[in-house]
Design a protein around this ligand. Structure first.
Ligand SMILES: C[S@@+](CC[C@H](N)C(=O)[O-])C[C@H]1O[C@@H](n2cnc3c(N)ncnc32)[C@H](O)[C@@H]1O
Ligand code: SF4
Length: 356
């Protein structure tokens, strides 16, 4: 028997997923009761017959472990190729991997993610613009109703490229800058600062949202504060990430900021108007109210991360610190992703491997 909809019980109520278009609705416990006892379905899901709905009831402990059914933000590395060679690069980018996904496999992955109900695909790398198919990949995701963004070093975004990205449907670009010109270029290479600023201006002219991302280290704290002052004048948001000591970053001596200095850094930032300053955590600040009520543990780890060869991880950090829990080439159908997340205790793994 084939179903058109899948309802999975969760600790907050349930997730209702349309298996045809990936439309997803989070239900409260009362809404779930209405379905079970009165066969009253949310009007906007277009459910006309309960025969088309599969209801998965979980035991209480399973509900707690799997209380969010699928990731909202999907990171896809478009290649490991990169035109820069940053000193701190966490995934050692530069050369293309031998077994990177083909264009067709990338398109299939995007379509599968859409069916699973992904809200956003964030293309990363390597440098995503080193993949000449980036426009087709963005427009495929965009045409499936997915919000698209890129993480980029910004050095390749001319006016023409910014226009092409906009035409493909790109909504947002995260530009990586790690200090003012001198410090940034020491980490990221000559001219990378100037070119990243040109990219910001070109993207803004093409009506693509821009946010800057910086990696905070021991020797760039002052620079990050000055970068923040500069960007906030232009109402540009800055997100600061902590250094992940993996791959090339493992070779940096004394680069990781200690807890005391980190607290002092935050104190200093708090003196300013901090509307444009954000600290990146492995959290999604856009979770809906319903998730705030979910109990038991941190609730907003709703990501999946695909490296350039299709290996699947829970997020960016785990992509360089834990084994993959599968490979997209082995997942024939989008339901495999959905089921795998469930089978492998997706959130339980995060708790044990990342938070602990
Ligand atoms: C690996 S890069 C790929 C995208 C693109 N090439 C760029 O640099 O924006 C993705 C993000 O990871 C950040 N990053 C690189 N090395 C890092 C490290 N060791 N710790 C934390 N973030 C890092 C980059 O600054 C960038 O924002
Ligand atoms: S951080 Fe980004 S730009 Fe720098 S080497 Fe890594 S992938 Fe390339």
């Amino acid at each position: 028997m084939s179903f058109d909809f899948n309802i999975r019980q969760e600790s907050f109520g349930a997730t209702l997923l349309s298996l045809s278009d990936g439309k997803r609705k989070y239900l409260t416990k009362d809404e779930l009761k209405n379905i079970i006892y009165h066969e009253e379905y949310p009007i906007d899901m277009g459910i006309t017959s309960s025969k088309k709905v599969k209801y998965t009831k979980l035991k209480a402990n399973e509900r707690l472990l799997n209380h969010l059914s699928f990731a909202d933000i999907i990171y896809i590395e478009l290649t490991r190729k990169c035109n820069l060679h940053c000193k701190h690069c966490l995934n050692d980018s530069g050369n293309q991997l031998e077994d990177e996904l083909s264009f067709d496999e990338q398109i299939k992955l995007i379509k599968d993610m859409a069916k699973c109900g992904a809200g956003e695909i964030r293309f990363t790398g390597g440098e995503p613009l080193m993949n000449p198919n980036i426009y087709d990949l963005i427009s495929t995701a965009d045409s499936l109703g997915i919000y698209t963004s890129i993480i980029t070093n910004g050095t390749l975004i001319s006016k023409g490229i910014a226009n092409k990205l906009r035409e493909a449907g790109l909504k947002k670009a995260y530009i990586s800058i790690d200090g003012l010109e001198e410090k940034n270029d020491k980490i990221r290479g000559a001219l990378s600062y100037k070119n990243a600023l040109i990219a910001i201006s070109n993207l803004q002219s093409s009506s693509i949202d821009v946010e800057v991302c910086a990696v905070l280290m021991n020797n760039n704290q002052e620079d990050i504060i000055n970068l923040y002052k500069k960007l906030s004048k232009d109402k540009i948001h800055l997100t600061v990430k902590d250094l992940i000591e993996r791959n090339r970053a493992e070779n940096l001596i004394d680069a990781k900021i200690n807890n005391t200095d980190y607290a002092l850094f935050l104190d200093r930032i708090n003196y300013f108007d901090t509307n444009y300053f954000h600290i990146y955590k492995e959290e999604d600040p856009r979770h809906e109210q319903i998730f705030k009520k979910a109990i038991g543990f941190r609730i907003n780890h709703r990501k999946l991360y695909f490296s350039a060869n299709g290996d699947i991880y829970l997020n960016e950090v785990s992509s360089v610190s834990t084994p993959p829990f599968g490979n997209s080439k082995e997942m024939e159908d989008y339901r495999d992703f959905w089921n795998e997340i469930y089978k492998q205790n997706y959130l339980k793994k995060i708790r044990e491997n990342i938070i602990a």
